[in-house]
Write a protein that binds this ligand. Structure first.
Ligand code: ITT
Length: 184
């Protein structure tokens, strides 16, 4: 089975390829424009992208909208994670967290899939904390400052397989593969 992953983010594409490859699903990255609407939830953004791409004849594909939700910041950057990374960056997030006792946060991932003309959405979540300083060179985005619960190291210090085993995206991909299994 082949699936396109619609993304401009190379890090995401690698995670999809690694996780789905081990399930026998071939992944091909493709960059397609989708206007990310301003919405309160990742799912609304994903559903809007699915409908924007519907008429393009892309075949079977997946896309994902993800975000880092920090409790002490009222869930910021959340649905604005890409914007926050581009503007204030990791250092800006760490400055906002200066002196805060509650460093709890979560990553969420919402995957939209169009398969054989049918559309569905699956989700995954990973809880953890924001580290005091960046650490590690792997992964992408906010990985250097996110330590998942039960671990001592950041996502950026883990191999891709270990990250995929516990991450928001890894969990959403697991749910995706279970749903797809029922449809092939
Ligand atoms: P596409 O929309 O083209 O897929 P994007 O990078 O804009 O790429 P998102 O809007 O879903 O993707 O991502 C929101 C931000 O959260 C973005 O800056 C990512 O780098 C970051 N992010 C998402 N998943 C992450 C992960 O697993 N680890 C670290 N940062 C992540």
């Amino acid at each position: 089975m082949k699936l396109k992953i619609i993304t401009s983010n190379a890090g995401k594409a690698v995670e999809f390829r690694t996780a789905l490859g081990s399930l026998g699903i071939e992944v091909e990255p493709q960059d397609e424009d989708c206007d990310e609407i301003q919405a309160d939830t990742l799912e609304e953004v994903v559903r809007s992208c699915l409908s924007q791409l519907r008429s393009k004849g892309l075949g079977d594909y997946v896309l994902d909208d993800s975000g880092l939700f920090i409790n002490a910041l009222g869930g910021f950057p959340g649905v604005y994670s890409a914007y926050a990374l581009r503007t204030i960056g990791i250092d800006g997030i760490l400055r906002l967290m200066d002196g805060r006792a509650d460093r709890s946060a979560r990553f969420e991932c919402c995957i939209g899939c169009s398969f054989k003309g049918e559309e569905f959405v699956v989700k995954g979540r990973c809880d953890g904390i924001i580290s005091e300083r960046p650490s590690g060179k792997g992964g992408f985005g906010f990985d250097p400052i996110f330590v998942p619960s039960g671990y001592e190291e950041t996502f950026a210090e883990m191999s891709i397989d270990v990250k995929n085993g516990i991450s928001h995206r890894g969990r959403a991909i697991q749910a995706l593969s279970e749903t797809l299994r029922g449809k092939v």
